[in-house]
Design a protein around this ligand. Structure first.
Ligand SMILES: [Zn+2]
Ligand SMILES: [Zn+2]
Ligand SMILES: [Zn+2]
Length: 217
C-alpha cells in the first residue's frame, strides 16, 4: 500500500494527496449563497480508499447508501446501516437497538443525522466493510445536480506476487489472498480448493464475492 494516497479533482483534473484534497476542493469548487451543496468525505480509515461527494443539502442517508453500494460495495445485496453516537439508521428499523442505541429509518436527512460529527457506515453485518463519513463543507457548488463524485483515490498499485507486474486477480488459498497478473495466474492454475476475485479499486476488494463494477452516480 502506498504511504500517500493521491487522487484527481474532477473539476480541474489536478492530482492531490488526500491530506490536501479537502482544502483544494473547497477553493476549486467554490462557495455559493444559492446552491449550498454538501461536500462529503467517505473513507475506509487507515487505507488508500476515499471518495469526496457533493450532494444536495437535503440529501437522505438512503440516497448515500445507494451511491456507496454502486460505487464500492454491493456484492450480494447485504444489509447496511449508518450509526452516530446514540442512533443506528437502518433500512427496516424496529425501534430499539442493541447497547442502548436507538434505531431509526435511513429515510432521514444526512445533515440531521451527522450533526458536527462522524457517521459510521457498515455494509454487510457478517464480513463487514466499515466506513466513516463526514461533512467537510456545507456551502460548495457541486458538479451537477444530485449526488456526484468530485474526487476519489487513484487505484493503489498492487503487484503480482510472482513477476511484480500489475496484479489483476486475487487467488484465495486457505482464505489468504495472493495477488497475480493474468499471465502468472494462468501458470499457477486454480483447483477445487481455491477461488479468485478481481483486483478492484474498492475498500471491499477481496471481501465476500465483491468484483465490481464501480458505477458512479
Ligand atoms: Zn480542482
Ligand atoms: Zn456478499
Ligand atoms: Zn505476474
Amino acid at each position: 500500500m502506498p504511504a500517500i494516497s493521491r487522487g484527481a479533482c474532477r473539476k480541474c483534473e489536478r492530482s492531490f494527496a488526500k491530506s490536501q484534497m479537502t482544502r483544494h476542493l473547497k477553493s476549486c469548487l467554490g462557495s455559493s449563497g444559492k446552491e449550498r451543496k454538501l461536500l462529503i468525505l467517505v473513507e475506509l480509515p487507515r487505507s488508500p480508499y476515499w471518495v469526496y461527494l457533493t450532494a444536495p443539502n437535503t440529501v437522505k442517508l438512503s440516497a448515500i447508501d445507494g451511491v456507496l453500494r454502486d460505487l464500492w460495495l454491493d456484492c450480494c445485496g447485504h444489509l447496511s446501516s449508518f450509526s452516530s453516537q446514540d442512533t443506528d439508521y437502518l433500512d427496516d428499523p424496529e425501534g430499539f437497538g442493541f447497547g442502548g442505541t436507538r434505531e431509526r429509518s435511513m429515510n432521514v436527512s444526512l445533515k440531521r443525522a451527522v450533526g458536527n460529527g462522524t457517521l459510521r457506515y457498515e455494509y454487510d453485518f457478517g464480513s463487514t466493510t466499515q466506513l466513516a463519513l463526514r461533512v467537510m463543507d456545507e456551502n460548495v457548488i457541486g458538479l451537477g445536480s444530485g449526488i456526484k463524485v468530485v474526487a476519489r483515490n487513484d487505484a493503489p498499485d498492487i503487484a503480482c506476487s510472482k513477476c511484480g507486474g500489475v496484479a489483476t486477480e486475487l487467488l484465495f488459498d486457505d482464505w489468504e489472498p495472493i495477488a497475480y497478473c493474468d499471465t502468472c495466474l494462468g501458470s499457477v492454475g486454480e483447483d477445487g480448493e481455491t477461488y479468485t476475485l478481481p483486483v478492484v479499486n474498492s475498500p471491499r476488494m477481496g471481501v465476500c464475492a465483491y468484483s465490481g463494477p464501480s458505477i458512479e452516480p
